[in-house]
Design a protein around this ligand. Sequence first.
Ligand code: NAD
Length: 269
Amino acid sequence: MTNLPGIVITGASGRMGQMLIKTVQASDKARLVGVVDRPGHDWIGHDVGECMGGAALGVAVSDDPLEVFAHAQAVIDFTSPAATVEFAGLAAQARAVHVIGTTGMSEDDLKKIAAAARHATVIRAGNMSLGVNLLVQLTKKVAAALDEDFDIEVIEAHHNKKVDAPSGTALMLGEAAAEGRGVVLDNVSDRGRDGITGAREKGHIGFSAIRGGDIVGEHDVLFAAVGERVVLRHVATDRAIFARGALKAALWGQGKGPGEYDMVDVLGL
Ligand code: NAD
């Protein structure tokens, strides 16, 4: 079935990389044409199926993204900000759709990705699951309906290997709450409270991060007023939800014009 879109997975050895490889392999709508990891990684040059402890897949792990991207219709990328910025330029050069799940990007990184998206189809989301993207829409609606008597707090929990905080998803939820309220998140965001902070400021949006064990990802948006609370919650128990969303995005992006899209576009929410 060589006419199926060819997919490259970057960060092959990572938690999400391995899940993405399994998801593409199991799909009848796409085929795995290459996998990439960082130069010097143990897996480079070896069959990725065997590296993952299973049967050979006939795909060797490469440290040469440009060569591998040339065979791809889409690159699915859950790595690190520095790698993702580099891959955005290379995917644009290869005319492959770039699906970005990497979080923790700086303003400067985002500018570079926006520049690549002038010539390429980029789909980027801090969370690729259907449930979280629905939660984003709900958060916007609830924030628009409730006034500043309701304090908004975003609480997230993740595994103990996660390197960035708040999570990309928490920031998406904070942005949605700010948009619903008609304010700019940067002007009202409270992050990392510690010590004698003073009373909570009315209208602010707070963030708290919990890290421990193997938690895949949990997010609460709390609207707390005097005498009542509303809590919107998403609990991820399996990384497969992010991988399925990312593959859906890669297929959706085929034939789309240049630009930066997100999962709300992909899911038509
Ligand atoms: P991980 O540390 O397990 O994996 C990262 C992988 O990237 C590793 O294989 C590493 O070797 C590889 N890598 C790093 N630099 C590279 C380079 N220059 N070239 C090629 N490969 C490189 O991390 P993870 O848990 O899989 O998460 C990866 C990213 O995805 C994080 O930013 C995380 O927050 C994000 N994430 C997003 C979603 C979503 O739905 N958007 C869901 C889960 C995780």
